[in-house]
Design a protein around this ligand. Sequence first.
Ligand code: NAP
Ligand code: MG
Length: 453
Amino acid sequence: MTTYTVINPATEQPLTQVARSTVEDADAAIQRAARAQQRWRAVAPGDRARLLRRFADQVDAHVDELAALETAEAGHPVGAARWEAGQVRDVLMYYAAAPERLTGRQIPVPGGLDVTFREPVGVVGLIVPWNFPMPILSWGLGPALAAGCAVVAKPAELTPMTAVRIAELALDAGLPEGVFQVLPGQGSVVGQRLVDHPDVRKIAFTGSSEVGRHVMAGCARHVKRLTLELGGKSANIVFADADLQKAAATAPYAVFDNAGQDCCARSRILVEASVLETFMALLEPAVRGVLVGDPADAATEMGPLISAAHRAHVASYVPDDAPVAIRGSVPDGAGFWYPPTVLAPVSPDSPAYTEEIFGPVVTVTPFADEAAAIAMANDTPYGLSGSIWTSNVGRAIRVARAVETGNLSVNSHSSVRYWTPFGGFKQSGLGRELGPDAVDAFTEVKNVFIATD
Ligand code: NAP
Ligand code: MG
């Protein structure tokens, strides 16, 4: 068995060796999952629920350990990493309530009884990116297990450690062998095999739009069920009548959180032209105030980027002649650091404005009026998140309805809440995760008619 080295992005030091799974490993795991799923779906709803609660309890008892792994392999500030581990626990606990509530309908028909069942789709392939390895794993895992599916998860190559540990905790909690397996390895090998294997009945993919399109095409061959959570280029729209102090103070965290490696990053700040200067003056101290440093330090707000290659990609959006308006600082020495960077003015056809950078780089662009703000916000193939800052309630609602995006916040930059639906419009995705309906995406509706005559 070959292995590869996982690197700490804050120190560039090796952390551990992880198995690089092969196509044969994937096939064996899928076969185990298919067998286990037959038993899992037959586990009584109350027992399945109890096992999921125990799984959540196991995660809860290991929050600090999981957070330390995330901090080490992904460079997330430890405070954020603890929140992420807590999110895994909460997602599992939330969907632990689903098995006994997986009800169907009884529909009036002549000559008999008509009922619907929600049957588990079967084996689910869960493909996870490196930016939020733990939460995104749980978003698929919780509802899939609750629905009676078995899960084979493929973590990102750069960040496999938390997924491997969470699978051990599942076994410790009493989940049957084979119900949840983790296959570290390459996307083009293991991920691709999950897409191609006919016994994997659904793919839940989170990652780039480019790989997402490829996964979608692969799923088409088997008409495989698919949810996609892809990239974003979201707008943070600041109107002149907003609480500018608050809008400016929070704007850096809406894009520099997780060093900008966030699909929901509000990476285009659109500001009503009449208050542009005031806003920039308020933004400057806020950007300089972002604490970038050792992710293991509880005070740290922003860590490094995930890899040297990714840092080079981010830096390519800020060439020497780029209009850098504000720039924060980074630690010296080892680590894939990149400073919080504000570009202004930026023309709407520059790559920094149109492409997902996935790093701590934000553009500021003025707009003339409400119609222009909406047009600019929508002038992108993406549609994942966004924020609207205004004290005018009518405008807040008008703009929220007009912006073509799945997750909006008004006068805040809310992060993902596991009990509300999450997903993208346009090329940001397909389907929704989380919230009250997420289990439906792991089931097929079956209609049964029973004659009474
Ligand atoms: P990525 O390159 O698309 O990779 C995502 C996952 O797909 C990884 O596990 C990767 O494995 C795997 N993969 C690669 N090639 C594959 C193939 N041919 N078949 C099946 N799987 C394959 O994305 P990333 O660079 O890790 O993550 C960043 C992207 O994710 C950004 O675009 C971001 O916006 C998006 N994202 C979206 C959301 C959302 O909810 N909408 C959330 C987080 C991130 P390897 O690691 O081995 O390449
Ligand atoms: Mg990638």
